[in-house]
Design a binder for this molecule. Sequence first.
Ligand SMILES: [Zn+2]
Length: 339
Amino acid sequence: MRHIAAKISRMAWTDIIAFDIATLLALALFVLFIWQQGPKASAAEKHESAAAINVKRIAISFDDAPRGPGAFLDGDKRPAMLIAALKKGGVTQAAFFVNPGRVSAAAAEQGQLVNYAAHGHVLANHTATHKPLSQVSAQAFLADIDAAEKWLKPLPGYRPWFRFPRLDEGRRDKVKRDAVRDGLKKRGLRNGYVTADGWDWYLEAQTIRAKKAGRKIDMAALRKLYIETHLESANFSDRLARRLLGRRPVQMLLLHETDLAALYIDDLAAALRRDGWEIVTADSVYNDPMAQISPDPDFADGTLLEMLAWEKQLSGGRWFPRNNIETANKLFASRVLLD
Ligand SMILES: [Zn+2]
């Protein structure tokens, strides 16, 4: 009996070991499966929810590449300075929205635009000749997009994004607006919208005008005005987004390929970071869920957030207050001009 009992007990013990090994194996496989499948998604979700609540994220874009001479630099010197300033400011991937119809033979020969891509930045379509949609037919507008696309597509750093010249999406003409939206979709192009705009093009124009008129410019004050205006426009858009969407989308700042950008973009990037902004890649903007929104305002023009605010008839400020000729002139005259 004792022998049989011992045998049963030994068998049971072996069974228990076998059971435990099987359980452990199953458990190990389960853990491996979860490790492979689960943590990625949950980490991404955690990141997204934390980011959506707490983190201000912004990417930087420059329209109208290549632009002509500015107040201080000629068009040929500017791109190299801008590339160096972006590097100094830690901006790893900005987007350049190009007008190929304005690329001179010399600029093409020097590979100015390709050089942006060689430094990690991306290139996208802004039409060949920069005619705003309100001033041409949908057919002519799409032909202008096709001309730019033909030039851009073979380049390194190319992205299938399109930005409307002057952010004019057809204004009150919904038929034209929708014809162009359909045309973009058929071409596999997405709207390279912006969400923050501080009218840098106007500050550049004021500076060129002052320089030509022989006025004395306070360069430190100009730098401060450029930085402060764009930081405020980013924070205005952050508040507007939270009012409209209840969350913090990835913002896209509109700038132009100006002298002021070449001179001050590194300082602006530092100021944004000091204020709590994370500077992200242009690619991450159009992965935000907001990129799926097609607003239906009465007047299709402006940043995506402004158009949404217009569509929803949001009460309170829908536009960044400094984007106004009178206000901008007063600021420039009182702060930048010394005589
Ligand atoms: Zn433009």
